[in-house]
Ligand binder design. Structure first.
Ligand SMILES: Cc1cc2nc3c(=O)[nH]c(=O)nc-3n(C[C@H](O)[C@H](O)[C@H](O)COP(=O)(O)O)c2cc1C
Length: 388
């Protein structure tokens, strides 16, 4: 159920996008995405971020309705990425007296993205600065690299609302009936995952605020049980596993490595693994594979050798994991090769560049097709991985 009620004087003016093919030209969004934007009506009127260019008209209509004839005094820009800031110039031209609120980095980026001179209309804020709108007061908290360097969040004291920029965001339009954590986790690890320490820094600052509601730039407004969401962000940003379990990720050309991966899943389950997820890196959603790699404490990588290295979709997966700062997990390797199996060695080189990865001593090396002897080796590998 879509619930965009905030308070009497703070209104939702964002829009859903259900026909975007790929978010950031990379992530599938089966249930769409929302571009959230808010307006605070007080003695002064502040708009909190704009929306993607794709939803300009709907957003302008929502804004006009919310304003009931009033004008906009401030546009607060918490993040310059085009899915939020595409309409900065549109709004600045529509309301020539409107001031734009951002930090020094925001204005650098505004100059890059737009062709307009805002010198006389800029309110440059820094950590802890306060903007009074009347009863409502926004305190700005810098959140560099909680996605981009210019990101800042705003805390509205009188209603205890945190406008959290991309933090606490989620894929999915606002009427999507789905579990928050699943799509929020996929969003977090793929989009913000690299910047765990910066998210931790923001969480520390947020811990000093009395927060009753979180208004992110994507996904539902969070009104209850805030410890749950903050707890998830704390786990994710500290790179600690969220659940006990194993992700089996395989890269197979002709299906034999796939058979071994499925067998490994069965062995792990038989040996008492709490949860075993499996993903075909050639076909399944890469972003979900990354999400599951971070979610569970253990991982099995099974891959065919390829041109003296590893089959490219596994290379791609490892590259993503490395760039998202994958760490603190135990990993088992299964390779396949028909003349010179080198997949395990190639995967190991990349894994060794990551922090606190424990590699199992045993490696299963299959020659073309899994044999009985390989099954016995996989049994032993499963025991080592599960610590039995
Ligand atoms: C283009 C190509 C390159 C390959 N390169 C290697 C290689 O360098 N070393 C090797 O032992 N096998 C190599 N193979 C064989 C694969 O590893 C083979 O498909 C695998 O042993 C069987 O597993 P699969 O059924 O999961 O693909 C290559 C196969 C292809 C199609």
């Amino acid at each position: 159920m879509k619930d965009v009620t905030i308070t009497d004087n703070i209104l939702y003016i964002g829009a859903d996008d259900k026909d975007l093919d790929l978010f950031e030209s990379q992530y599938i969004i089966p249930n769409g995405v929302s571009y959230n934007s808010y307006v605070i009506l007080d003695e002064k009127v502040a708009v909190m971020d704009t929306v993607d260019a794709r939803r300009k008209e709907e957003w302008l209509n929502n804004l006009e309705q919310a304003l009931s004839g009033r004008r906009v005094d401030y546009l607060v820009v918490s993040h310059m990425e085009p899915d939020h800031a595409a309409n900065v110039q549109v709004l600045a031209e529509k309301y020539p007296d409107m001031k734009v609120v951002g930090n020094a980095k925001t204005f650098q980026m505004i100059q890059q993205f737009f062709d307009m001179d805002l010198t006389e209309r800029s309110v440059v804020v820094k950590e802890g600065d306060v903007l009074s709108l009347g009863t409502h007061e926004l305190t700005f908290v810098m959140a560099p690299m909680v996605h981009w360097p210019e990101v800042m969040v705003s805390y509205e004291k009188s209603e205890k609302i945190l406008f959290s920029a991309d933090g606490f965001g989620k894929f999915g339009a606002l009427d999507a009936e789905e579990d928050w954590a699943c799509e929020a986790r996929r969003y977090y690890f793929n989009i913000v995952g690299k910047y765990g320490p910066q998210v931790q820094a923001l969480l520390k600052k947020a811990a000093n605020l009395d927060i009753a509601m979180i208004c992110p730039l994507h996904g539902p407004i969070l009104k209850e049980n805030l410890e749950y969401y903050i707890g998830k962000y704390n786990t994710w940003s500290s790179y600690e596993p969220e659940d006990e379990g194993v992700l089996v990720a395989y890269a197979s050309i002709h299906g034999n490595t796939k058979k071994a991966a499925i067998k490994m899943k069965e062995i792990l389950e038989a040996k008492g693994a709490k949860k075993v997820a499996i993903t075909d890196l050639s076909r399944d959603d890469m972003a979900e594979a990354i999400e599951d790699a971070f979610r569970y404490d253990k991982m099995v990588l099974a891959a065919a050798s390829y041109d003296g290295g590893v089959f490219p979709c596994m290379e791609d997966f490892l590259h993503h994991l490395k760039s998202k700062n994958f760490q603190k997990r135990t990993v088992a390797l299964i390779e396949n090769g028909t003349w010179a199996p080198v997949a395990a060695r190639t995967m190991k080189v990349v894994l060794e560049q990551m922090k606190e990865i424990t590699l199992c001593d045993q490696v299963v090396s299959i020659k073309s097709v899994m044999k009985e002897a390989n099954v016995a080796e996989m049994e032993a590998l499963a025991e080592e991985l599960l610590g039995k």
